[in-house]
Write a new protein. Sequence first.
Length: 149
Amino acid sequence: MSEKIILQNKKARHDYFIIETIEAGIELCGTEVKSLRAAAGNLKDSYVEIKNGEAFILGMHISPYEKGNIFNRDPLRPRKLLLHKREINKLFGLVKQEGYTLVPLSLYFSGARIKVELAVAKGKKLYDKRDTQAKHDAKRQMERALKNR
């Protein structure tokens, strides 16, 4: 199946160390899917919370579909993630550890379905962000030097 990326959370890779990733389905209504086909959404400040054995994505903004009128839903409403019970329990165990959180990395089409790539992540300190940026810049300079040879 082909995968077409709809939205990406680039800030997540900057702010967190990615420990593990997992794919999950997401429960959406029709106008939200149409809006996502036009890439009208934002994952920037979103996160995943596990309540009563169910996983929900919070803070994800999906813009209202312009032709959806009364069928449009609240753009910031919590959306249920479709995961198996054992996957939810595993994620809950990982997130319960101090400093770990669940963040969505991307939203993409997998065939006709929309999937979310989730990451178990640990927050970076400011000096970690600087170190990562310095390594990235050094790598870019080396590639540029090799290319100009």
